[in-house]
Structures are given as C-alpha cells and as structure tokens.
Design a protein around this ligand. Structure first.
Ligand SMILES: NC(=O)c1ccc[n+]([C@@H]2O[C@H](COP(=O)([O-])OP(=O)(O)OC[C@H]3O[C@@H](n4cnc5c(N)ncnc54)[C@H](OP(=O)(O)O)[C@@H]3O)[C@@H](O)[C@H]2O)c1
Length: 268
C-alpha cells in the first residue's frame, strides 16, 4: 500500500511512519524538516498536490495537540485542527484514497463510567471541540475512519515527548484523571487490523489508571530520578478544563493495546 502520513515528525506520526515503512511505501509530511515532505496544512495547494500523487491511505495526525495551548488560543487551534479539513477531504476524495483521522478521548466530558463508539460527545475544552468539529467533517464521507485515542505513551523516533519528561527532576501528575493509556507501538498493528473499517473506532490500552500511577510506574521501570508529585483539580494549574474519567471501550473490535506491565517489558 502507499500511505501518506500527515504530521510524520510528531510523537504518534513518526512512530507510525517508522512502523508502516517496514511493509508499505510511506511518505511523511512535516513543517519542521527531518527529511520529510515540507507541507503546511494551511497551504491548500500544496496539500492538494501532495495528496494528488496517489495514496491508498492518508493518515492525518497533524495539528495542535497541547490542551493548554488550544485553550489559550482557540483561533489558532481551529485554524490548525479544523480549517484544513475541508480542502484535505476534497483532495482525498478526488483521488479515491481513504482518510484515517486520529482523534481523542477529549471529545467526551469524563462524567460517564466509560465511553464506547456510540457515546454522545460533549467536549469541555477547546482541543476537544476542535477535534469533534473535525470528526464531523470526516464522517460526512462514509468510507473514512475516525480513530479516537486516549493518552499515548512510549518511545517515538522523532518526537520523544513522553519519555523526555523523565529527564526533569520533578513531574507533576494528576491523581484524579484516569484513562486507559495506549502503548504507542500497539497503534500501527491495530490500524492495520482495522484497515477496512469506516466510521468511528476507539483504540485504547487494556488497563485503567491515573496519570500519577502511569508516570510512577514508568519512572520506576527506568529507575529515573524524577520525583512524581501528585496533583489534583484543586492543586494543578488551571490552564484548561480537563475531563476526569476517560475510559474508552469498543463495541466494534477487539484490537486493544497491552496492559502497562506488558508495555514496560517492551520499553527499553
Ligand atoms: N499524544 C497523545 O497522547 C494523543 C492522545 C490522543 C490523541 N492524539 C492525537 O494523535 C495525533 C498526533 O498527536 P501527537 O501527540 O503525535 O502530536 P505532536 O507530537 O504534537 O505532532 C503533531 C504533528 O503535527 C504537525 N503539525 C502541526 N501543525 C501543523 C500544520 N499546520 N501543518 C502541518 N503539520 C502540522 C507537527 O509537526 P511540524 O510542526 O513539524 O509540522 C507534528 O508533526 C493528533 O491528532 C492528536 O489529537 C494524541
């Protein structure tokens, strides 16, 4: 297959790029170099030209992902996460390619016990609102796929932002935010397994735990010196409304990531 990965310099995109390249012909984009195709999603002509080169699948991972940044500057978040969608979808549809759009558990408000693909979206922060708006545009086109992810953790080739945090002397982590985090290397095989699906799918890890528990277990695994400081909604910086309980399930498939111990055994 020929696969185009938008955002291939990012944490998720660079891992997908590396993994898919083992068995597919892969082209990746970035605005920041790394030897990738230099495309800004705001440049609709460049997007159309690139997509027009002919791909079976376009995996869209690019955009503003930082919740605090999106909350501080909603216009920039909409410009990056929503405005490019219609020209991109037009370009994809002209070629007959399939779009796989990476979305987030932040389209939910975190008040339910768990969320499956039929759950109603009620985003409480700007990031979640932009992702829900982009999902709506993708879902107009029936052959495309929206993949909602929880917090993703692991090592990534070009943007190692998760593990880089453990170089700091102190990491503040919420005890009151829980999800079922996904081990990054398990995403590519899950996407391969779901290649023929359309609509919405959830892909999440097998275990539900707090941010504090996750960071503590990763710190212990590496025997890193970082002190993990427990915080909660009263003591954490109030940069953005954050859903507290984001447990994602699927009623469509059984492709989930491993539990944390299994992931850590793989993480060197
Ligand atoms: N990381 C997680 O825990 C997580 C959880 C749930 C969902 N997701 C979803 O997974 C996807 C990837 O997340 P991530 O954590 O890998 O993000 P990331 O590390 O911040 O990477 C984002 C990528 O988008 C590119 N980008 C940003 N604005 C762009 C623009 N205007 N035009 C072209 N490229 C642009 C960035 O690279 P350049 O600046 O080099 O172009 C980078 O390659 C996102 O859709 C996110 O919503 C992530």
């Amino acid at each position: 297959m020929r696969i185009l990965i938008l955002g291939a310099s990012g944490f998720v995109g660079s891992a997908l790029h590396a993994q898919f390249a083992d068995s597919h012909e892969v082209v990746g984009t970035s605005r920041s170099g790394h030897g990738l195709a230099p495309v800004d999603l705001a440049d609709t002509d460049a997007v159309r030209e690139l997509v027009g080169q002919g791909f079976d699948v376009v995996v869209h991972t690019a955009g503003v992902v930082d919740l605090g940044a999106a909350q501080r500057d909603p216009a920039a978040a909409y410009a990056a996460n929503v405005a490019p969608m219609t020209p991109l979808l037009d370009a994809v549809d002209d070629t007959g390619a399939k779009l796989v759009y990476l979305s987030t558990d932040n389209v939910f408000d975190g008040t339910a016990d768990h969320y499956d693909e039929s759950a109603t979206r009620t985003p409480i922060n700007v990031y979640g609102q932009t992702k829900a708006a982009a999902e709506d545009l993708v879902l107009h086109h029936h052959r495309h796929l929206v993949v909602r992810l929880p917090l993703v953790y692991g090592r990534s080739p070009l943007s190692n932002k998760f593990l880089a945090r453990f170089a700091a002397p102190e990491i503040r982590a919420r005890t009151d935010i829980v999800c079922n985090p996904l081990y990054l290397p398990s995403l590519a095989p899950a996407l391969e397994q779901l290649a023929d699906e359309s609509g919405v799918v959830h892909i999440a890890g097998a275990e539900t735990l707090s941010r504090y528990e996750l960071m503590t277990r990763v710190r212990d695994h590496f025997a890193a010196p970082a002190r993990i400081v427990p915080t909660d909604r009263f003591s954490a910086a109030q940069d953005c409304p954050r859903p507290l309980r984001l447990v994602m399930r699927s009623i469509r498939h059984t492709a989930s990531g491993p539990d944390v111990d299994t992931a850590l055994a793989d993480l060197r």
